[in-house]
Design a protein around this ligand. Structure first.
Ligand code: SF4
Length: 314
């Protein structure tokens, strides 16, 4: 797989595009994720011609609508300019596997952005204007804020979704086929089980009902449900179930001692004594010794480059 492309708020890469002429370089994103992804940066406010530096803007309530206005002179409303620019940016965002947005920004903020009422009292219930346009245009695109990437579970969840979505883009670029869809679903079985067993069954039924005339519609429904399901965090309990399920494929191949060791390591993971990478490393070791084609094709085993070290903290 080539490096997946991630859209990103320019200021997070250290570009001096903020209202005060500064930036908000995000070290983890630049230093670590930069090794694995190609960044495609956009600054909606700069691209809208609001200037660098520029007057600070905020979101305000205007009846049932939300407007972006200058803080010092609320008569200056930049909503339409920002929305028009956002529409141009999302046209160029085709083929991205994910997007990292700057939190709290009236343009880029993904959620919980302050919206001010007529008395100047803020409520954290808004979404940046660009973020809104992005979500409307690409509802399946994995999107996350830089602030949440410090949480190991949220970080892992976001990057797992990015790689799943990239695989979907790769497959559909070659043209969606029934065989392709079945194969894709099979490859993601254990990954899905770690998030939601019922959704895995529903998606299985959807795939089983696939027929040529409605394949495109069905594919859209499939990826929408899949990406939505993967947003649910995979819990320790569900991971443990998947580990036990995987161990079942080795039952007849391992010695009694090896089986005991695997069970003990899985139990240590279940109790939070060791991270997920520990039982998985042991499982991978055994599957290398006893190759099992059905397991080799499962993305649960290696959903993203190991060197991202995401499962060392789960
Ligand atoms: S508009 Fe977005 S990219 Fe530009 S400075 Fe603000 S948060 Fe950063």
């Amino acid at each position: 797989m080539n490096k997946p492309k991630l859209g990103i708020s320019s200021c997070l890469l250290g570009e001096p595009v903020r209202h005060d002429g500064g930036h908000k370089r995000h070290a983890y994103t630049v230093n670590t994720l930069g090794q694995f992804f190609e960044f495609v940066p956009f600054c909606p406010e700069a691209l809208a011609g609001l200037g660098i530096p520029r007057p600070t803007i905020r979101l305000v309530k205007a009846g049932s609508a939300t407007r972006a206005v200058e803080v010092k002179n609320q008569q200056i409303d930049v909503t339409e300019r920002l929305l028009a620019t956002s529409a141009l940016i999302v046209e160029q965002a085709h083929g991205l596997a994910g997007y990292i947005l700057k939190k709290d920004s009236p343009s880029c903020g993904m959620a919980r952005v302050r919206i001010y009422d007529a008395h100047g009292v803020p409520q954290r219930v808004g979404q940046g204007l660009f973020a809104q346009t992005l979500e409307k245009t690409y509802p399946n695109l994995p999107v996350e804020e830089e602030g949440r990437l410090t949480d190991p579970a949220l970080r892992e969840n976001f990057l797992e979704r990015v790689y799943v979505y990239q695989r979907w883009l790769n497959m559909t670029q070659r043209g969606l086929t029934i065989q392709g869809l079945i194969h894709f679903h099979t490859q993601h079985k254990f990954l899905l089980l770690a998030h939601d067993e019922q959704a895995h069954r529903q998606l299985g039924q959807l795939v089983a009902s696939a027929s040529e005339p409605h394949l495109l519609t069905l594919g859209n429904e499939y990826i929408a449900t899949l990406m939505n399901t993967l947003k649910k965090l995979a819990t320790r309990k569900r991971h443990t179930n998947v580990l036990l399920h995987l161990s079942g494929y080795l039952r007849k191949k391992l010695s009694t001692d090896e089986k005991t060791e695997l069970r003990e390591v899985t139990d240590k993971y279940r109790c939070g004594i060791v991270p997920l990478v520990v039982p998985l490393t042991l499982l991978k070791h055994h599957f290398r010794q006893f190759p099992t084609p059905y397991i080799d094709m499962q993305h649960y085993i290696d959903p993203y480059p190991e060197t991202l070290m995401l499962r060392n903290h789960l």
